[in-house]
Design a protein around this ligand. Structure first.
Ligand SMILES: Cc1cc2nc3c(=O)[nH]c(=O)nc-3n(C[C@H](O)[C@H](O)[C@H](O)COP(=O)(O)OP(=O)(O)OC[C@H]3O[C@@H](n4cnc5c(N)ncnc54)[C@H](O)[C@@H]3O)c2cc1C
Length: 468
């Protein structure tokens, strides 16, 4: 039977299912309204639709047991990591059972000699990095929220370090997943490369819980660089800031982080963090390497930014100042939200080939300036990815319509420039409507994959693919 999401409804959960889950999970099976509410909403502007039950799991076998039971009853299952996703990924429009993997947080094995680690899906990136620090190792992918590595793999997340170390796509070596019929599959071993068959790892990375539930991951690790230094510089306009990063990348300078914050974002940062940055478009840079290598990279970048009109190049005076800089960058979302108490951040991201980024950012600024509400522009510009944070009143339909129109124009321009509707946040429910435009006939291939792997349509229904 093929149940398309649009034909699913929210009938009450079958009593036989709730009885079986309650018997097996005890207190870890919940139908308390507060629990349901907390699991039906990510950090997005999308309206929340709570699941009908939540199960907190402790092992792959428990996930398999829930999926097997839910499949028998044709009930949707929605995997949940930390709920920080931004496009309505965890909402449950068709009801069902939310599987909360946050308690699966064991670090299974660190293999320093192979530079890899195996973790359960609920381990967070901060937890992992705290664990690794004493061994001189780190995991680089760093979204600006306390999220789980399972959720990060499921959304193919990235962050400030992606320009140097890649995204989850490059950093997941293999994974264990529970498929829609309850089968447990390991997508590969720990070899750094393999030509053996279809690449199930990369099929599941970015599938947002619609093709399988990730329970364990083996990830690449890196040595903590011998030398790290950070710097900021300001620009008279946003296009020169973006242009100088592009120039640095095109010159082959291996910058580790190159983050743009526009003047409005800096204004929000100054207010929220009681900081004193000049309220101009600003780049935050970080360089990794040997002491001599870092000095050389920084000198080359300094030459490029001054030729692009940067007024200053300020070195972080030590580790404490550098840490503060990245703390600020990771919490920009909350600084921007503070510009309008009671409002919500509609956070959207697109990504384009590097050569198209300056034009896209420049054109988008017309929308930013004309909007009736505050919009912040930030970007992981080293890889062509930038974000708008539209600060809207979620109860004001006019503002929501205006925000939706700005978002539509942004995404359509990015796709027209051979880019993508989302560089890192994922599709969820919010960007499903752009999938045909971006992928054309590829959407039918995706539907065929979904149909083959989840013929009952129970895995996180209503996400990623537009209704047929
Ligand atoms: C302040 C802030 C800053 C952010 N910055 C960034 C950023 O820089 N880069 C970036 O990429 N994102 C960013 N995000 C978005 C968010 O942090 C990421 O999407 C993150 O990867 C979500 O992880 P999570 O554990 O919270 O997953 P959840 O929100 O719980 O789930 C996300 C999706 O993955 C599915 N899922 C969760 N766990 C699993 C699993 N084990 N198996 C299968 N499917 C699963 C869910 O069903 C859902 O579809 C930011 C969010 C906030 C609030």
């Amino acid at each position: 039977m093929n149940v398309q999401p649009s034909s699913l409804t929210r009938p009450p959960l079958p009593e036989a299912l709730t009885a079986a889950l309650s018997a097996r999970f005890g207190d870890r099976f919940s139908r308390r309204p507060a629990d349901l509410e907390a699991h039906g909403r990510g950090e997005s502007y999308h309206s929340a639709q709570p699941p009908q039950a939540v199960c907190r799991v402790a092992s792959t076998d428990e996930v398999a047991a829930i999926v097997t039971l839910c499949a028998a009853h044709r009930v949707p299952v929605i995997p949940f990591g930390a709920g920080t996703s931004l496009e309505g990924h965890v909402t449950a429009p068709y009801g069902g059972v939310c599987i909360d993997l946050g308690g699966m947080n064991r670090i299974v094995a660190v293999r320093a000699g192979d530079l890899d680690v195996t973790v359960e899906a609920g381990v967070t990136r901060q937890q992992l990095n705290t664990h690794l620090r004493d061994q001189g190792l780190f995991f680089p992918v760093d979204p600006g929220a306390e999220c789980t590595l399972g959720g990060m793999a499921a959304t193919r997340a990235s962050g400030t370090n992606a320009v140097r170390y890649g995204t989850m796509r490059e950093n997941v070596i293999s994974l264990t997943a529970v498929m829609a019929d309850g089968t447990i599959v390991r997508s590969g071993g720990r070899a750094r490369k393999s030509s053996a068959g279809y690449d199930l790892t990369r099929l599941l990375v970015g599938s947002e819980g619609t093709l399988g539930i990730i329970t364990e991951l083996t990830l690449r690790l890196y040595g903590i660089p011998e030398a790290v230094s950070a710097a900021t510089c300001t620009f008279p306009d946003i296009a020169s800031a973006v242009g100088s990063v592009i120039m640095a990348i095109q010159c082959g300078i291996p910058v580790a982080r190159a983050e743009l914050l526009d003047a409005r974002t800096i204004q929000a940062v100054n207010r929220h963090f009681k900081a004193t940055f000049a309220e101009l478009p600003t780049l935050f840079f970080e360089f990794h390497g040997t002491p001599a290598g870092v000095e050389e990279q920084a000198r080359q970048v300094q030459d490029i930014v001054s030729a692009s009109g940067s007024g200053d190049f300020h070195w972080a005076s030590g580790q404490e100042e550098a840490n503060r800089l990245w703390h600020i960058r990771h919490n920009v979302h909350y600084a921007v939200q503070g510009m309008r108490p009671g409002a919500q951040v509609w956070s959207t991201d697109v990504c384009v080939p590097l050569s198209q980024l300056t034009d896209l950012v420049r054109i988008t600024q017309d929308d930013v300036m004309a909007a009736s509400f505050f919009i912040s522009t930030v970007g992981h510009v080293g890889d062509g990815n930038f974000h708008l944070g539209l600060i809207v009143d979620p109860k004001n339909p006019d503002e929501l319509a205006e925000a939706a129109a700005i978002n539509d124009r942004l995404v359509k321009r990015a796709i027209a420039l051979d880019g993508t509707a989302t560089g890192e946040h994922g599709v969820g429910v919010g960007k499903r409507k752009f999938m045909e435009l971006e992928h054309g006939a590829g959407v039918a291939v995706m539907r065929a994959l979904k149909q083959a792997l989840d013929p009952l349509g129970i895995l996180n229904p209503g996400k990623v693919l537009p209704d047929a």
